[in-house]
Design a protein around this ligand. Structure first.
Ligand SMILES: Nc1ncnc2c1ncn2[C@@H]1O[C@H](COP(=O)(O)OP(=O)(O)OP(=O)(O)O)[C@@H](O)[C@H]1O
Ligand SMILES: [Mg+2]
Length: 231
């Protein structure tokens, strides 16, 4: 039970447009993620990958069904309780890095620590540890995101996701904006983090990216249509 870090039970997600049109982004998803898993979620554009990742990460609530994080039924939590749990347990990595350009690299990585109320004297060490784990160089600390390459910015984004030491890393097309060389560095970083014990989930439409994981899950029209164990 404790080893089930994320569990989705009969999860569906419906978006309703202002005109009343319903889109079934997810239909009746059942999925268990165990501690230490390295999973890729594969599927074509518009078939529900991001929605699934957001529901797994509790950024979105399901329309029906239940989402458990470490055995806790998140559907019964208030928004405040939910964001506390999320901030502690889950780090997000996005295709476009989502760094704040008017802040330095250090300030970007520091932000989640400030949100969690970690005292200043502890923060620098945590920032440095996250940078080492994600392959960032300390010479970047005082730079701005726009002074770094895409691959470097993504490694900073990984450091920011890691700095609070979340056990789960959820990545939405983490290499989608990168050339193949930078993509490889980022994927190897994620692989290394999995070896260090983080549970890693990558959403992608790219089979080459998906094949780095230990298990692939295929999604079509909001439904899981199959899976493949790779290692
Ligand atoms: N906030 C939203 N409001 C309304 N419809 C949405 C919303 N987010 C997603 N959708 C719809 O839900 C479906 C699944 O979208 P989703 O973003 O999960 O797909 P995806 O597999 O991540 O696609 P891509 O590979 O292009 O990123 C699509 O039909 C999309 O238009
Ligand atoms: Mg998407």
């Amino acid at each position: 039970m404790v080893d089930e870090v994320i569990k989705l039970v009969n999860v569906s997600k419906v978006y309703i447009s202002s005109g009343g049109v319903k889109t079934w982004a997810l239909r009746d998803i059942n999925l268990v993620v165990y501690r230490g898993d390295f999973i890729s979620i594969m599927g074509p554009s518009g078939h529900g990958k991001t929605t699934l990742l957001y529901v797994m990460g509790t950024l979105e609530r399901p329309t029906t069904g239940k989402v458990f994080i470490n055995g806790v039924d998140t559907t019964t939590l208030s928004d405040e309780e939910l964001s506390k749990l999320r901030n502690k347990e889950i780090g997000f990595i996005f295709q476009q890095y989502n760094l704040i350009n008017r802040m330095t690299i250090e300030e970007n990585i520091e932000l989640p620590l400030i949100k969690l109320g970690i005292p200043r004297e502890k923060r620098r060490k945590m920032i440095e540890e996250a940078m080492l784990k994600s392959g960032c160089e300390f010479s970047w600390l005082n730079k701005r995101p726009t002074q770094l390459s895409g691959g470097q910015q993504q490694r900073v984004a990984i450091a920011r996701a890691l700095v609070t030491n979340p056990r789960i890393l959820l990545c939405d097309e983490p290499t989608g904006a990168l050339d193949s060389k930078s993509a490889e560095v980022v994927l190897n970083t994620l692989k290394k983090l999995n070896e260090l014990g983080h549970t890693v989930i990558i959403v992608t439409h790219d089979p080459n990216v998906a094949s780095i994981a230990k298990k692939m899950i295929f999604i079509r029209d909001g439904t899981i249509i199959g899976e493949k164990v790779l290692q």
